[in-house]
Design a protein around this ligand. Structure first.
Ligand code: DP6
Length: 365
């Protein structure tokens, strides 16, 4: 790999997908969330991005490869994003860019690949800024005192979180390990609408480091309604205000579960958020349903297993038909045997991904 210099080089970052326990659903202009959300990053489900750059009169993105193949739809989205980024990274107009990206999970597996991709790309841009200008771009919305006490690494992460949010909202929660909050809330003073904030260790019982996520693939075809369209439908949603109040209650309960180590409360809130998200889709105008018959079969089987086994298991779902079965490492043997005996028959081609809480982005340069 060429050593990065201001003239030419390559900068590479790996960044994870994240899964929300408290869901971001609905947004305001500027990619600002209608409500606070909370998630953790995954370990195996990551995207690696190499940004190759070279000084040129005609600065633009020339090529975008996903797993070695051109991807016109994503290239268009990334090109638009990079053009927007010229406002903060003006030097970009003097560089020709190529992007090689690689995903460890199928694009259509129902894991938000855009969160992993935009967080990796934002890190590449921030690192490039450090190479070319010697510093990070100023993010004017940084709260006045929020920079105090930040290390250089913290500043890089916060800045990259800010820019990844502008690509895809949930991406701003992919920059750190542990539980990451996005959105202002009186419940956590440091929360911001502009970037993710990692809950400090005293707010999270060590038990939650061992959280596992079994991703059960029900359907891997393109969704009939995108998340962006779903967010837009929240603008005039009849339950919009009650959702904002409800999410605050759920966040309060989730924070209490995390602090005290209450696994059952954690699972109860995660399940309630997943079902609420899908009921908001069904009660939108027009309403729509992303769960498939096999999704419901799986959810009912998990509910029955929860009751019969008494184990701390639960589930969440993103805006799609696939189910994320949540459990703790201490129950892995029982849960894996339940998955193979009772759930795999309802997954497309028997497919599932065994993932767990990860450690956040890694520089590959
Ligand atoms: C249901 O972050 O994918 O996964 O900001 O339009 O890119 P855009 O949306 P996106 O929405 C994710 C919604 C969700 C819930 C969540 O991750 O919090």
């Amino acid at each position: 790999m060429t050593k990065p210099s201001a003239a030419a080089g390559s900068i590479c970052w790996e960044s994870p997908a994240n899964i929300a326990m408290i869901k971001y659903w609905g947004k305001y202009p500027g990619q600002l969330p209608m409500n606070p959300s909370l998630s953790f990053v995954l370990k195996k489900s990551v995207v690696r991005i190499c940004l190759h750059y070279e000084k040129s009169e005609n600065g633009q993105l020339e090529q975008f490869l996903l797993n070695g193949m051109p991807n016109p739809a994503f290239m268009q989205r990334i090109s638009g994003y990079l053009l927007d980024m010229h406002a903060w990274f003006p030097f970009l107009s003097a560089y020709r860019l190529r992007i090689d990206s690689e995903s460890t999970f199928p694009h259509s597996a129902g894991i938000a690949s855009s969160a992993a991709a935009f967080s990796a790309l934002a890190l590449c841009l921030c690192s490039l800024s450090q190479v070319v200008t010697g510093k990070l771009p100023e993010i004017d919305s940084r709260q006045d005192d929020s920079e105090q006490g930040l290390t250089d690494h913290d500043k890089l992460i916060q800045t990259a979180s800010f820019f990844s949010r502008l690509g895809s909202g949930s991406a701003c929660r992919s920059l750190e390990s542990g539980f990451v909050l996005w959105g202002r809330t009186p419940l956590v003073g440091e929360g911001s609408d502009q970037y993710g904030f990692r809950l400090p260790s005293e707010r999270v019982h060590p038990q939650f480091q061992s959280i596992q996520d079994a991703i059960l693939i029900v359907d891997d075809t393109t969704k009939k309604v995108s998340s962006s369209a779903g967010h837009a439908l929240m603008q005039k949603h009849p339950y919009r205000e009650s959702r904002i109040a409800h999410v605050s209650d759920n966040l309060g309960l989730m924070l209490e579960a995390l602090r005290s180590g209450d696994e059952k409360l954690f699972m109860d809130v995660a399940v309630n958020e997943a079902l609420t998200l899908h009921s908001l889709m069904m009660s939108s105008s027009p309403g729509y349903m992303l769960m498939r018959p096999q999704t419901i079969e799986i959810l009912e089987r998990i509910e029955a297993f929860r009751k019969e086994s008494g184990l701390s298991v639960g589930y969440t779902m993103d805006a799609g038909p696939n189910v994320h079965l949540l459990y703790f490492a201490h129950d892995a043997a029982a849960v894996k045997s339940f998955i193979s005996g009772h759930l795999l028959a309802h997954c497309k081609g028997g497919r599932w991904i065994s993932d767990s809480m990860g450690h956040g982005p890694v520089s590959l340069t």
